[in-house]
Ligand binder design. Sequence first.
Ligand code: C5P
Length: 232
Amino acid sequence: MGKDVIVACDFASAEQTFAFLDKFTGRKPFVKIGMELYYAEGPAIVKEIKARGHKIFLDLKLHDIPNTVKKAMAVLRNLDVDITNLHAAGTKNMMRAALEGLTREDGTRPLLIAVTQLTSTDQQSMEDDLLIREPIDKVVMHYAKCAEEAGLDGIVCSPLEAGKVHDLCGKDFLTITPGVRFADGDVGDQKRVMTPAQAKEIGSDYIVVGRPITAAADPVAAYNRCVEEFCD
Ligand code: C5P
């Protein structure tokens, strides 16, 4: 796996999701299922999208005591997703427990990726609310290193940080990067953005693209443009 475009299917229902996915009659996109869709439709939505032949990134961002996360991951492993994730803030013990839970009896498992600091957390809120006084980019790199030491496969980060993460954790440590926009497109509420071509250049392994594809007049053309810029 590697170098692929993941489409964030941020829809509220299975009906809307399938109406969107039905448009893709050629290459089947790698799909990200987030909390909204998963909590609305349950595990069935994951199985249905998988049965249609899509790879799946299940973005549920687990964060709890190690034993609870281990048991939750042991349930998720049966959904046969390709990538899932958790919060690095749960500590290395939690991340190790998650890996144990996620690993099937035959030794296989989905890739496990850590969220470091959410992009909605800025320096001020991190200091005021979390009492973390270090510069945020240092905190993100520290969380990345902890994830690597715990045995995880990579992190979610801004495409602007992908190069630095590879320098610190090795080129095989995966960077999954949202915040991608076309050079001539709307930025929306994303602040630090890159084009698919720039994300490729800097070494992102996967880009996560939502509205530039889901809200496009022609989603299939927008997806194909991402693939051409990022994968080819
Ligand atoms: O529509 P857009 O391309 O902005 O969607 C980006 C997707 O990536 C959304 O599902 C969003 O929740 C997710 N994401 C993000 N920034 C992060 C982590 C996840 O935009 N730091």
